[in-house]
Every structure is written in structure tokens, then in C-alpha cells.
Ligand binder design. Structure first.
Ligand code: SPV
Ligand code: MN
Length: 627
């Protein structure tokens, strides 16, 4: 203990030492002291939850050259290296004690080897730099959901992002860290060597290593927030296991409020793989956002409750435009704290793909400080003005459409859960499951999304992504599904829906971008038993008249019987093909599949075969409803 104290005293000024000492937590002291010994910073700075400390970090990101101020007050741009534009699965590994396995399918290395490797990569990494020590909280501090977190990094951009995206946690450590059994997550990130643009040069030595035994994640040679901001995806992997130990759920979901008739407020959560409409659903005009990425579920006083783990949004900026996303557009154009990531900057103004404005031929971006159209990247590939995964970081509080209760420490009652995929030819735009288990098994566990032109590799390839949480499952798929199936089984559980905004005919989308505004209102009505549906082999579909009325009320649009008939046609061959893909996965790739999933699969197949005999391959919803 004395050893740690001496190390801390050697690098911390007395007031910063006092901030740590006030926490009276040996593990905190040990973690900070070890980072000092290993990474050898010039100095150490400890922050609390004060505005002053947040401002210090914001300014430091600029002084370090990690962020560059833009014309609008409070706006900055941050660049990640050309090869550091997204999470990298290949180098993201779980550290497991010798002889153990979290699941054979997961990318894992022996704990001792992994620690040796990461320590080798982080040794001396803070030389000439300032080590930042900050405290944040996943979920509202003081609540049953709260997970206090300790972040160590040499990147002011990382902690600045965390100030926008998470609630402060120093107060939570002060309250709790002296208590026996106090558990917290810890993250140690090191930027590593940087190039002249302040981006990590050794991208080939990028590693993200998760030590579940110590609730700790280490990352190095990367700046991209998905790899460095500890409380985002690094924490999700730890939280899924903590939730497993404690009997709750950690999900990759948005939370939104849908406004029903007579002022009724209904909360929906949604899991969508990338590019399936997640943020745009959470942002539907006329409804209210609570959060767009991470939700924790708990049963509280016999109710199914969800909390937004975050306090901000790290959103994809591509295709954000004045018409489609007026709320975000407004925040991105007025004074206030915004970090733009990997956009094009010309004359202090940010530009991105699909913004609906003319893009200059030149500027600074993730490729070069002097990018020009037609320029090739260091890998010889053509470049675009902004990266397709370019992002904006803002606070929920700065959004005009936030739900005033978004920060409720007790959480919000969940009425429905949506699993949203992308497929051009199989699922109808919206349907309801027959119940919780049917929804988990046939919608969540069978979630797929087609790759788009924007993703690497062939277009139109279906990727299986269980509850959109696949990248973060720190346990077997079966264990995770069982936890979902069992959760809250003694209470009334939310209704489960499946959506697909991307049905096509003759290569054209059958639905408009805003149609999802109708689907969520329909779900809201169903949740409260306010309308009937049509029972089909794959779930309950809307009746025409309800959608006609909703389209005309919300979108002022005539919704014809033909449009409905086409969109809600039950496509039997494609649905059977999907079940075949899933059968293959769940009988040969996943071990220990819950028996109930196979039962639902076989039953669904039998129902589909039965209606096919009667009506053929493509069945109009009018036929199914007998109207
Ligand atoms: C996602 O990819 O799901 C994100 C962004 O929310 S990242 O921080 O990279 O995870
Ligand atoms: Mn996400």
C-alpha cells in the first residue's frame, strides 16, 4: 500500500493526490500507480465532476492537437488515423485464465500472455505526456443501475468525449468506494506513437484486451472512440457478464418515447445492426429520444425498466441532412459542444457524405491535411471527402427532442422492444411476435442484416447478428439467449416487434424513409391493446385500415390498398430460406441452443408450409385476414 502511495505522490500534485486519497480505495490507488509505473507519464492529472475539470479536458484536447476548433463556437473536429476508422474485431480479445474459456467461438488469449503483450505495447507509452485520470458512471449515479468507471488515458479527446457521452462518476466513487464489495470498471488506454497529425502511427499494433476477471479493459495504438472510450463498447462486454452474474440485461439498444393518443407515453427499445435505421428510429420527428446506443434492463417493483446508460450520442453523420434529420441538423449548426469525427473541413466548416450540400474539392480530412478529390489513400484505394463511419458527438441535453425524463434515475417502463434488420426480400415492414419467447427466438436471435454498398465486401450478403449484440457477447450465444428468455419471467414483459425498412421491388425501396413514424405508432397502439392485428405464420401484422389512418394522420399521405398489399405480402419461400439459414446456424454453429428456439423454428416452418399449400408462395395480407 505504501508503495502505491509513494508512486502516486511522486507524480501527483498535492490537490490531485487528495482527490484520489478521498476515495479511500486501494484498488483505485493500485490501478493508477501501476499505470504510472508502466506508462511513465511526465505528470498525472486527476479530474472530478466539476465544470472546471471538464473545461480543462476540452481545452487540453485542443492544446494537444487532438481536436481542432471549427468556426461555430464550441465545435471541434477530431481525426482518427486512416486505418483506425472503426472497431477492429481481429485485435479485440478476451483474456482468460489458463485452462478456461468464455466460449470457444470468442477471440481469446491466455490472460498471462495477453497482459504481457499489452504491457509490452503500453510500456513507456505516456513518456512526454500527461496521464489523465477520470471517473464516470454508466447509468445514473446513485441508482441501482449505476456502474462506476475509472478511465486512464493520455488522450484528452477520449475524456472529452466521455464528458459528452456519460455522467460524471467522481461523486459516485466518493459515495461508494470505501464500501466493502464496491465494484467498478477500469480502462487503461494509451494512444501510442503518433504521426504529425496526432493519430496513432502503429495501427498494426492496435490491441483491445478485456480482462473479465478484473473488470478491466486495455487498449493501445488506436484513437477511434469505439476502441478507446472505455464506457462505450469496452464496458458493454464487461456489463454483459456482470448482468449475467446479477440477473439483469445489458443491451445494445436505443430507448425512445412514442407519444400515443391522449398524451400517453410509451417507451420502446430497439436493437438494430449498423445501417438498419437505429438512430433514425430513435429520432423520429414527433417522438422523443432517451438514448441511442446502450440500455440496461432491470425489474424494479415488478416492472420491466430500462435506463439509458449514456448521456450523449456518438452518431453516424453520413446522410444526416436538413430534411431527413432536422433535430440533429440543428444541433450540428448552432453554438454548443459538438465533436465532429473524420469529416472534411474546409474554412472551418465540416462536410460529410449525404449532407445534401455541395462538397468542396479540397480540405482536411482523415486522409490528409490537404485532401483533394480523387486522392488515393495510403493503401492505394480511392478516398471520399469524409469517412462513411464519420461521426458526431453531442449531449442528449442539447437535443430539442429529448424526453424530459431521459435521465430518470429509476429508469423508464418498457412497453415494447424492436429488433430491426435489413433485408430486401423477406420480412414485412413491421410485425409483432406471439409473445416474449417467440420474439426473442424468431426476431432477436434470428436478426440479420444485408451488407450495403457502404460496407466492405460483397453487397447484399446477410449477416447474422443476434440482437445486434454479437460483437459484444462475452459469453456463448446460447447463454446470452437463455438469459434473455429467462429475464423478468414472473412479470408482464414488453411486446416484441420485428421491423424491416428495406424491402425492395425492382431494385426500388417499397417504403419511404419516414414510414417508420407510422410503424412505431402502430406498435404503440398494439402495446395498449388498442387495435387488432392479423395472425400470420410469422407473427401479427397490421390491418390495412389502421395503417391507412396512421399514414394520413401522421404523414398526410394516402396509403393505398396496393401499397399495403405489396409491403405486407407474406413471402413464403424467402421466409423458409431464412429459417433454413437459422437452422443451420443454431444446429451446427451454436452449441447448446435453447430447445425452445428449435421448437419455434420448426413450428414457424410448419405454419408457413401449411399456408403455402392453401394460398401459394406469395400471400396477400388480405387473403391471410380473410377480408
Ligand atoms: C456501433 O458501431 O455500434 C457504435 C459505434 O455505436 S462504436 O463506438 O464504434 O461501437
Ligand atoms: Mn452501437
Amino acid at each position: 500500500m505504501d508503495g502505491y502511495i509513494n508512486i502516486l505522490k511522486s507524480k501527483l500534485s498535492p490537490d490531485h493526490f487528495d482527490k484520489l486519497a478521498a476515495l479511500q480505495n486501494e484498488e483505485v490507488n493500485r490501478f493508477v500507480a501501476h499505470a504510472i509505473e508502466l506508462c511513465e507519464p511526465d505528470s498525472v492529472w486527476v479530474g472530478d465532476d466539476s465544470d472546471e475539470d471538464m473545461e480543462y479536458c476540452r481545452q487540453l484536447a485542443i492544446d494537444n492537437g487532438e481536436e481542432i476548433p471549427l468556426k461555430i463556437k464550441g465545435h471541434t473536429v477530431h481525426f482518427d488515423g486512416y486505418f483506425d476508422q472503426a472497431r477492429k474485431k481481429e485485435v479485440t480479445r478476451y483474456l482468460v485464465p489458463e485452462g478456461e474459456s468464455l466460449d470457444p467461438k470468442l477471440n481469446q488469449v491466455s490472460r498471462s500472455e495477453g497482459i504481457k503483450e499489452i504491457e509490452g505495447l503500453q510500456r513507456g507509452a505516456y513518456r512526454g505526456r500527461k496521464m489523465l485520470v477520470r471517473f464516470f458512471c454508466l447509468g445514473p449515479p446513485g441508482s441501482v443501475y449505476a456502474i462506476p468507471c475509472l478511465q486512464i488515458t493520455d488522450s484528452a479527446y477520449v475524456v472529452h468525449s466521455e464528458d459528452l457521452l456519460y455522467r460524471g462518476g467522481y461523486g459516485e466513487f466518493r459515495r461508494q468506494s470505501g464500501n466493502p464489495g464496491f465494484e467498478f470498471f477500469k480502462f487503461r488506454h494509451a494512444t501510442g506513437e503518433v504521426d504529425e497529425r496526432m493519430t496513432s502511427s502503429n495501427h498494426d499494433r492496435n490491441r483491445v484486451y478485456m480482462d473479465q476477471t478484473e473488470n478491466t479493459v486495455y487498449s493501445v495504438n488506436t484513437q477511434y472512440a469505439g476502441n478507446t472510450v472505455g464506457l462505450k463498447k469496452l464496458s458493454l462486454r464487461l456489463a454483459i457478464r456482470k448482468a449475467d452474474r446479477e440477473g439483469w440485461l445489458a443491451e445494445h439498444m436505443f430507448i425512445m418515447r412514442v407519444n400515443g393518443p391522449k398524451g400517453r407515453k410509451t417507451y420502446l427499445c430497439g436493437a438494430y445492426p449498423s445501417a438498419c435505421g437505429k438512430t433514425s428510429t430513435a429520432m423520429i420527428p414527433g417522438e422523443n429520444i432517451v438514448g441511442d446506443d446502450l440500455a440496461y434492463f432491470r425489474v424494479i417493483n415488478g416492472k420491466f425498466m430500462a435506463v439509458n446508460v449514456e448521456s450523449g450520442i456518438f452518431g453516424i453523420i453520413q446522410d444526416v441532412n436538413a430534411k431527413g434529420d432536422p433535430v440533429i441538423w440543428d444541433v450540428l449548426h448552432k453554438e454548443g459542444e459538438v465533436i465532429f469525427g473524420n469529416v472534411l473541413v474546409n474554412d472551418g466548416k465540416p462536410y460529410w457524405l449525404g449532407m445534401g450540400e455541395d462538397i468542396p474539392e479540397t480540405g482536411m480530412n482523415h486522409v490528409s491535411m490537404k485532401w483533394t478529390r480523387g486522392m488515393k489513400g495510403p493503401d492505394g484505394k480511392p478516398t471520399t471527402c469524409a469517412h462513411k463511419n464519420a461521426r458526431y458527438t453531442v449531449r442528449i441535453d442539447d437535443l430539442e427532442n429529448k424526453d424530459p425524463d431521459w435521465n430518470n434515475s429509476g429508469g423508464l417502463p418498457v412497453g415494447g422492444i424492436i429488433y430491426g434488420g435489413r433485408d430486401s426480400d423477406t420480412s414485412v415492414p413491421v410485425r409483432e411476435s406471439f409473445g416474449w419467447e417467440h420474439g426473442i427466438c424468431t426476431m432477436g436471435a434470428m436478426l440479420e442484416s444485408e451488407t450495403t454498398a457502404a460496407t466492405i465486401g460483397a453487397e447484399g450478403v446477410r449477416k447474422w447478428n443476434v440482437m445486434s449484440n454479437m460483437d459484444f457477447l462475452s459469453m456463448s450465444v446460447s447463454k446470452y439467449l437463455k438469459n434473455n428468455l429467462e429475464f423478468a419471467k414472473d412479470i408482464d414483459r414488453p411486446k416484441i416487434f420485428g421491423t424491416n425498412y428495406f424491402l425492395k421491388k425492382d431494385d426500388k425501396y417499397l417504403n419511404g424513409m419516414l414510414d417508420k413514424a407510422v410503424w412505431v405508432k402502430w406498435m404503440e397502439l398494439r402495446i395498449h391493446g388498442d387495435t387488432d392485428g392479423i395472425e400470420t405464420p410469422v407473427g401479427i401484422m397490421p390491418v390495412y385500415e389502421d395503417l391507412r389512418d396512421l399514414f394520413s394522420g401522421i404523414l398526410k399521405k394516402d396509403y393505398t390498398r396496393e401499397e399495403y398489399g405489396e409491403q405486407f405480402t407474406l413471402r413464403v419461400p424467402e421466409n423458409l430460406a431464412k429459417l433454413e439459414r437459422m437452422e443451420e446456424i443454431y444446429t451446427s454453429k451454436v452449441s447448446d441452443t435453447p430447445a425452445i428456439l428449435i421448437e419455434f423454428l420448426l413450428e414457424q416452418r410448419a405454419r408457413l408450409q401449411q399456408v403455402r399449400e392453401k394460398y401459394g408462395d406469395y400471400i396477400s395480407p388480405f387473403e391471410l385476414s380473410g377480408r
